[in-house]
Design a binder for this molecule. Structure first.
Ligand code: NAD
Length: 361
């Protein structure tokens, strides 16, 4: 089936109305909508509007609480910990990030934790906020609340989740903010979902089946118990596995959040915990020198003759900027399955599929 291609303004209108119908106030609906549509614009459909059917289901099941705000549970010099109260992660994680930026401007550094948040979406969104404020930032995230999906290196079944990591640098004279933001699994689960929805196979070396054998069939991830599921593997073999392990401990245990350890409840929801370290680089070095070093290093890396002339060397953040430019101009493609799921979510939220489509298409 052909993709539906929509303009971002229309998608924002449809998704905003859908989220308000689901019970979010205007501000919350706008923040979540902007986050998701920006993820689509930047090419990360796995963390775009395709998440909404899950959110609406979780609202109905009481696993996502609407119109919540960050509740600070620790505030001690550079250290902050906020409880997201199982609210929309896009709201509470940004509330934490804004506090962490303010604290880093004041004290030079902020070490901030977010616990008990529903899905925070694309972690780069918070990294971008830090970089836009002239900060350097590091973000480690764990994912709990549901069954494990990713296998440890040398393992044959899932024991943790896609545990993303994000690292950022502020803009310089020649370069916009640098945002490195990825799941430590070989691919994000949302990308396995996108492949399943499109009826495509995933790349070899991405998944194992329930017997621990390599497979390219995305359906192994979407079976219901008691059928045993497959698992995604980590990127970079033992190195990606090591980073995932640290995201689990830094992102959750170090800030008082719940890890994926089996004695914690798995209520078939999504719980994200995050450690966010925000540094004011001006407290460490001369900013002019830092920026000129960044520019010199990037120019040197990018001058490497491309192995494939059609694919030049990039720096983190470039692919998202390229995608955003193209999708602003040409529209956002949404696969037919995801579009159908969005219409069903609009019905469930009380907006109605026809109204959603009239606004969004
Ligand atoms: P990915 O594999 O597409 O990697 C993206 C990163 O790699 C970006 O920083 C991008 O700029 C950089 N990159 C890509 N090509 C590059 C190149 N040629 N040269 C230099 N840099 C390059 O991302 P992913 O692992 O699929 O993750 C997608 C999103 O999913 C992320 O935004 C992540 O935060 C999000 N995520 C969220 C959760 C959650 O629980 N909230 C869990 C997992 C992933």
């Amino acid at each position: 089936m052909k993709d539906i291609v929509v303009k971002h303004e229309r998608l924002r209108a449809g998704v905003g109305a859908l989220l308000q119908a689901s019970g979010s106030d205007e501000r919350e609906a706008r923040i979540v909508t902007d986050h998701l549509v920006e993820a689509n614009l930047k090419g990360h459909d796995s963390h775009g509007v395709g998440m909404i059917p899950l959110y609406v289901r979780h609202i109905k099941e009481g696993k996502l609480r609407l119109n919540q705000h960050l509740r600070l549970v620790r505030d001690d010099g550079p250290f902050l910990v906020g409880d997201g109260q199982m609210g929309h992660g896009q709201v509470v994680a940004m509330e934490l990030t804004d506090r962490a930026i303010a604290r880093a401007k004041q004290q030079g550094v902020a070490v901030a934790g977010l616990i008990m948040s529903h899905h925070i979406g694309r972690v780069g969104t918070y990294g971008e906020r830090c970089a836009e404020a002239g900060m350097v930032s590091l973000h480690f995230v764990n994912v709990g609340g549901h069954r494990a999906l990713v296998a440890p290196f040398r393992g044959s079944d899932a024991r943790f989740n896609t545990n993303p990591i994000c690292l950022t640098l502020p803009a310089t004279g020649a370069n916009p903010p640098t945002i490195l933001d990825f799941a430590t699994s070989k691919i994000a689960l949302g990308k396995v979902r996108v492949a399943k929805n499109k009826g495509e196979q995933v790349a070899a070396g991405t998944l194992i089946d329930s017997r621990g054998k390599p497979t390219t069939d995305p359906n192994v991830m979407f079976v219901e118990p008691p059928t045993p599921a497959g698992a995604v593997v980590t990127f970079g073999e033992h190195k990606g596995y090591g980073l995932a392990l640290f995201a689990e401990i830094f992102g959750a245990a170090l800030v008082g959040g719940l890890t994926i350890a089996p004695h914690h409840p798995r209520v078939h929801g999504v719980v994200n915990n995050m450690l966010e370290i925000v540094i004011d680089p001006a407290r460490l070095t001369d900013m002019k020198q830092l920026k000129s070093e960044i520019d010199a290093v990037f120019a040197y890396f990018k001058a490497s003759p491309p192995a494939d002339p059609s694919a030049p060397v990039l720096v983190p953040g470039d692919p998202e900027r390229l995608s955003r430019g193209a999708r602003l101009a040409n529209g956002i493609p949404i696969d037919a399955t995801t579009w159908g799921e969005l219409k069903a979510a609009a019905n469930m939220a009380g907006l109605g599929a026809a109204k959603f489509e009239a606004l969004a298409k």
